[in-house]
Design a protein around this ligand. Structure first.
Ligand code: FAD
Length: 475
């Protein structure tokens, strides 16, 4: 067997892996990256990018329905054109896939479309798309094989012909009725989208609230939002079995009640893609759910084998995987970076969106902080009135001991952008009073941060308004 020796081998071209492969190839390393079938990874092909393209169609639809209120007549009302809607989504995806197809070879890496499995320490056998076999050994190997939709262990679920977050993107019609199993962010986003497109959507969530990682009041507001948009939100609806009955899919719930729909989207979580990797052959330890076990430097149990992104148990977001890339780049070039203590924000793209960073009120109290809570209805923000979108509430949790911001949950238009300002304030250690007193452009949604923290009162704090060193810049 001929073994090709390289500096870096990346198995799976997700966000961390492809970024590292391009970066190191440009730096002159000999790099091979093996990708099974998605040029650019999950995010671009079947997750963030196609779903957010569809969310934009949803938003345009919802905005246009209210266009009359801001003096724009749309006489027959907006209609969904499924072909154009798919073309928009597929155009965005194809553009990004094309760009990656160009960028990979331009970086100087050897990009291989194929499936890799370990055959020895730091060595994989690749079965390429066109049926060839290659064996590659590297000084350093990075596993970035991601996660895939999980089917729950429910009687009948495999035979019933259910949809996943990937197959629903290929759906050629808007179903009259859609059941969504799972009230995490993927379930909520698809439920909101299809309700806007005209499906009767029933969202079945086994637990007592949607979005289990959120504080109960925030999750309850998202549930009210979805209900107001026509989604039948059923909490405590634990599925026990699934079956097909003619053209319908039927979910039997624990209380014996049946929920029926033309289609069933299963959105109950994701599993790591490691089953066919033969990780043990390379000495790479997996946990009991199949995730690669890594330390805070993203080192696996095998020397010079690293893992990143979803498969390494990082928070399941593209930006977390991208940060893993930066940690790996540092560590592979002699530095010392860790993943611990990082602040990972996220946005749930219902309409309007819920953006989060830091601790929830529940987490802060559980961790023993003496918290103060600020709340602001979005209707109080002038910009919200001008854009005719006053839905939502902003909430912040601060530490009374040192006035630092512990976290925010911002439900409202533009929150996914505004949350970055809060994140930077947290990273910079600003007090809530400094954010309250910052001069922010009017009228913007960001200005709502002044108003949000104003609700905590008006006592001055040290250095109010102007962090050290900024006075000159403000003259
Ligand atoms: C519906 C949905 C919406 C989402 N929306 C967002 C969002 O808005 N924002 C956000 O930040 N995150 C979002 N996510 C999460 C985000 O998509 C993931 O966290 C991210 O894509 C994980 O990237 P990764 O680097 O772990 O690897 P991935 O991008 O998953 O890449 C892994 C790659 O490895 C390949 N592979 C697997 N096994 C092998 C093998 N043996 N040989 C070769 N190649 C292999 C796979 O084909 C895949 O391309 C969403 C997820 C879903 C499901």
């Amino acid at each position: 067997m001929d073994v090709e020796e390289v500096d870096l081998l990346v198995v799976g071209g997700g966000k961390a892996g492809k970024s590292l492969a391009m970066d190191r190839a440009k730096a002159g390393w000999d790099v091979v990256m093996v990708e099974r079938d998605k040029i650019g990874g999950t995010c671009i092909n079947v997750a963030c990018i196609p779903t957010k393209s569809l969310v934009e169609s949803t938003r345009t639809l919802l905005t246009t329905r209210e266009a009359g209120d801001v003096g724009v007549r749309v006489p027959r009302g907006p209609e969904v054109d499924l072909d154009r809607l798919r073309a928009h989504k597929e155009g965005v995806v194809a553009g990004m896939v094309d760009a990656h197809s160009r960028m990979f070879p331009e970086s100087g890496m050897d990009f291989v479309l194929g499936t890799a499995r370990f055959v020895a320490p730091r060595t994989v056998e690749v079965t390429t798309r066109d049926g060839d076999r290659r064996t590659v050994r590297a000084r350093d190997v990075v596993v970035n094989t991601g996660t895939a939709p999980a089917l729950p262990d429910l009687p009948g679920v495999t035979e019933a012909g259910v949809l996943t977050s990937e197959s629903i993107l290929r759906l050629a019609r808007v179903p009259d009725s859609l059941l969504v199993l799972g009230g995490g962010y993927v379930g909520c986003e698809f439920a909101a989208m299809f309700a806007a497109f005209g499906s009767r959507v029933t969202l079945l969530q086994g637990g007592p609230q949607l979005l289990p990682r959120e504080a109960p009041d925030v999750a309850a507001e998202v549930a009210r939002l979805l209900t107001g948009q026509g989604v039948d939100v059923r909490l405590g609806a634990r599925a026990e079995a699934v079956r097909r009955d003619g053209r319908e899919v039927v979910v039997t719930l624990a209380d014996g009640i049946e929920a029926r729909g033309d289609d069933l989207l299963v959105a109950t979580g994701r599993v790591p893609v490691t089953a066919e990797l033969a990780a043990d052959v390379a000495g790479v330890r997996l946990d009991d759910r199949g995730f690669v076990v890594v330390d805070d430097h993203l080192r696996t149990s095998a020397e010079h084998v690293w893992a990143a992104g979803d498969v390494a148990g990082s928070p399941q977001f593209t930006h977390a995987s991208w940060h893993d890339f930066r940690v790996l780049r540092t560590n592979l070039t002699g530095g010392d970076a860790v993943t611990t203590g990082r602040l990972v924000p996220y946005t749930v793209f219902v309409t309007p969106e819920l953006a989060r960073v830091g601790l929830t009120e529940t987490q802060a109290r559980e961790q023993g902080y003496d918290v103060a809570v600020a709340r602001l209805p979005v209707s109080a923000i002038p910009r919200a009135k001008t854009v005719h979108d006053t839905v939502g509430t902003w909430k912040a949790v601060v530490d009374r001991a040192n006035d630092r911001i512990l976290g925010v949950a911002l439900l409202g238009r533009g929150s996914g952008e505004v949350v970055t300002a809060v994140q930077l304030a947290m990273l910079g250690g600003l007090t809530w009073q400094q954010v309250r007193d910052a001069v922010i452009t009017h009228p913007t949604m960001g200005e709502g941060l002044n108003l949000l923290f104003d609700t905590l009162g008006w006592e001055e704090s040290e250095g109010v308004g102007v962090p050290d060193g900024w006075a000159g810049a403000m003259a």
